[in-house]
Design a protein around this ligand. Structure first.
Ligand code: HEC
Length: 102
């Protein structure tokens, strides 16, 4: 359902679509479990102290381009994922991370 909504949204938004809306939620969930949950927790509630609580939307206020840069090059004690996540995978994981805030 969420995916359907994203597709409809993309169709309507046309060229205005942002990278995170073009990501694949299910692929992102897989990548998150693999690379991110050890610090950010399965549901975005932090495991590592000092990590933003993604389930409360902490760390998610910045625009996609800013967050993508943090993911690629790292921020504070978060390592960069440039070598592990390539191209579209970064958008996949970002769309999933944005969904953790409910
Ligand atoms: C080693 C632990 C660790 C791992 C692994 C990790 N993070 Fe983080 N993450 C952090 C910490 C700590 C911060 C806070 C950094 C700061 O603001 O100084 C952070 C910040 C963030 C932010 C906010 C960035 C910003 O620009 O404010 C996002 C979004 C995020 N992480 C997503 C992810 C995703 C997605 C992954 C997996 C690809 C991931 N993190 C992997 C520890 C981690």
């Amino acid at each position: 359902m969420r995916r359907f909504a994203a597709v409809v949204c993309c169709l309507m938004a046309g060229p205005l679509v942002t990278p995170a809306e073009a990501g694949d939620f299910f692929k992102g969930r897989q990548l998150y479990a693999q690379h991110c949950s050890r610090c950010h927790g399965n549901d975005g509630k932090p495991v590592l102290p000092g990590t933003p609580n993604l389930s409360r939307g902490e760390g998610l206020l910045a625009p996609d381009q800013v967050l993508l840069r943090s993911l690629r090059f790292g921020k504070g004690s978060m390592p960069g994922f440039e070598a592990l996540l390539r191209g579209k995978e970064l958008y996949d994981v970002l769309i999933y991370v944005r969904s953790l805030h409910r």
